[in-house]
Design a protein around this ligand. Structure first.
Ligand SMILES: Cc1cc2nc3c(=O)[nH]c(=O)nc-3n(C[C@H](O)[C@H](O)[C@H](O)COP(=O)(O)OP(=O)(O)OC[C@H]3O[C@@H](n4cnc5c(N)ncnc54)[C@H](O)[C@@H]3O)c2cc1C
Length: 455
């Protein structure tokens, strides 16, 4: 097994030469800071609207989480109860519908732009793998049913689930219809390529060090009518956003091609699946018959600082490997070829948010579900940067009531203690053991404090 920083998807997608760093002073209608999906989709929608754009990326576009994730393209319907609690039924449903449109729009974009991002539409499942997880999806199912979304969101019996994927530990679950999978790096690099072809100036290896009247890097600056901050877990390093996020991490292991095992499981429909733990496992197949299996329970980051353990963590990888075998025993003896990880921008509400501070517009907080929603986020940020009041810039995700994490070092210390308690609680549920009183108390703290957790 090779544990690399960038992971399998970027290797499969092929090397790209980085573009020239920013040098000197330039002008544009909009400067976009960050070349992951959010920054790149923003640039795409801005160019569509006729704006001139400069993208400044600290490393290479798509080499962060956008090129390394699980490739689940999801709507926000699974967040409907939380959305309704915060914004009321109608505004919550507007967000759900817009996020559903984004899933389909990414597929349509790949087709129109002839980008082979392995986009495959298929329902996404949430399944219970222990009795403790049974019915975890019921609030979502109820909220969807009340919204008349019976076709979009369907409860599944254990037999229904096993019809789709016959893991011996699967029980009942929920299927969300409008979902897909992609090869994340192919999508991100395809988007980068098409932007370059549309003459967007992308300067890589150009970390932005200051965002004031001009957007400044070590080598130059951009004078722009508006700036967009799309830097994911690095957001907290910019003034005004220090307490907006906590940084967690997620890790993935990838098997060798195992088409015979997929055949045996009957898992040939391309469905992305997650279990219903608090620190969830998520898994999907690839066209050449591999299983990518992730765990969202990695270590916490400190502030917005990069941290090696967020990307390469042998303990998190070993957890994912063991869980993979527990869920799919026929994989015993099969090779795991790759392992990798990356940071997760956890928002206190579990929902992304967007907004503006003067001429600087920001988006962050995808909390492990950014592949689909970042397309919508790009539309929102393009509208904000162009000062357009339209259907997307009026969504409830724009300028929501602020929610904040505690400052460091409390965020790191508290977050790490809660993470340890959640790992222990999930493990105890998996193995049918009881959890200690103190562990249960610590694990329940976020709920008591009104914070939603990464799932
Ligand atoms: C292991 C893993 C699995 C995941 N699985 C899924 C999944 O299956 N489905 C899903 O929906 N989501 C998943 N996610 C989350 C998803 O990858 C993210 O939500 C999404 O990629 C966020 O896109 P982004 O553009 O905001 O961030 P990023 O892709 O992180 O892009 C931000 C960019 O900003 C750059 N940057 C940072 N600081 C600066 C600076 N000062 N100046 C210039 N540039 C800067 C970075 O180099 C980076 O390229 C996963 C994440 C991880 C780590």
């Amino acid at each position: 097994m090779r544990h690399t920083r960038h992971g399998y998807w970027l290797e499969e997608a092929g090397r790209v030469e980085s573009t020239a760093p920013l040098s000197g002073n330039v002008t544009a209608d909009v400067a976009v800071v960050g070349g992951g999906y959010l920054g790149l989709w923003t640039a795409w929608h801005l160019v569509d609207a006729g704006a001139t754009v400069v993208v400044l990326e600290a490393a290479i576009c798509g080499h962060g989480p956008s090129g390394r994730n699980g490739g689940f393209v999801s709507s926000l319907w699974d967040q409907l109860p939380g959305l309704e609690e915060r914004y009321g039924h109608e505004r919550a449903r507007e967000v759900g519908r817009a996020s559903e449109d984004a899933v389909a729009a990414i597929g349509a974009w790949c087709e129109a732009e002839e980008v082979d991002g392995w986009y495959r539409a298929a329902p996404q499942l949430e399944v219970a793998t222990t009795a403790a997880q049974d019915g975890a999806w019921e609030p979502v199912a109820r909220a969807c049913a009340a919204a008349g979304l019976g076709d979009e969101c369907r409860e599944l019996s254990a037999a229904d689930v096993r019809e789709i994927c016959a893991s011996p530990v699967f029980r009942g679950g929920l299927a969300l219809r409008t979902s897909a999978t992609v090869q994340p790096a192919r999508l991100a690099l395809g988007l980068r390529r098409r932007l370059l072809e549309r003459d967007v100036r992308i300067h890589e290896r150009s970390p932005v060090v200051r965002l004031r009247d001009r957007v400044e890097t070590a080598g130059g600056s951009v004078a722009a009518g508006a700036a967009v901050l799309a830097v994911n877990s690095a957001t907290g390093g910019f003034p005004g956003h220090r307490r907006a996020l906590a940084v967690a991490s997620s890790h993935i292991v990838l098997t060798e091609p195992v088409p015979d095992v997929l055949e045996e499981l009957g898992w040939t429909g391309g469905e992305a699946i997650a279990d219903a733990r608090t620190l969830l496992h998520y898994f999907r197949t690839t066209p050449d018959g591999r299983i990518a299996f992730g765990w969202g329970g990695g270590r916490m980051g400190y502030g917005a600082r990069p941290r090696e353990a967020l990307e390469v963590d042998a303990d998190a990888v070993e957890h994912a490997r063991r869980s993979l075998l527990r869920l799919f025993p026929p994989l015993t003896g099969r090779r795991i070829t790759h392992a990798w990880g990356g940071p997760i921008d956890v928002s206190p509400t579990h929902l992304p948010s967007f907004g503006s501070r003067g001429g600087v517009h920001h988006g962050y907080g995808f909390t492990g579900n950014g592949v689909g929603p970042s397309y919508l986020g790009g539309r929102i940020l393009a509208s904000l940067a162009l000062d357009r009041r339209d259907d997307v810039s009026r969504l409830a995700l724009v300028e929501p009531e602020p929610a904040r994490f505690p400052p460091e070092p409390f965020r790191y210390l508290g977050g790490s203690a809660i993470r340890r308690a959640l790992v222990a609680t999930d493990e105890a549920a998996d193995t049918g053991h009881a959890t200690g009183v103190l562990t249960s108390l610590v694990a329940s703290l976020p709920r008591r404090l009104g914070l939603h957790l990464p799932r």
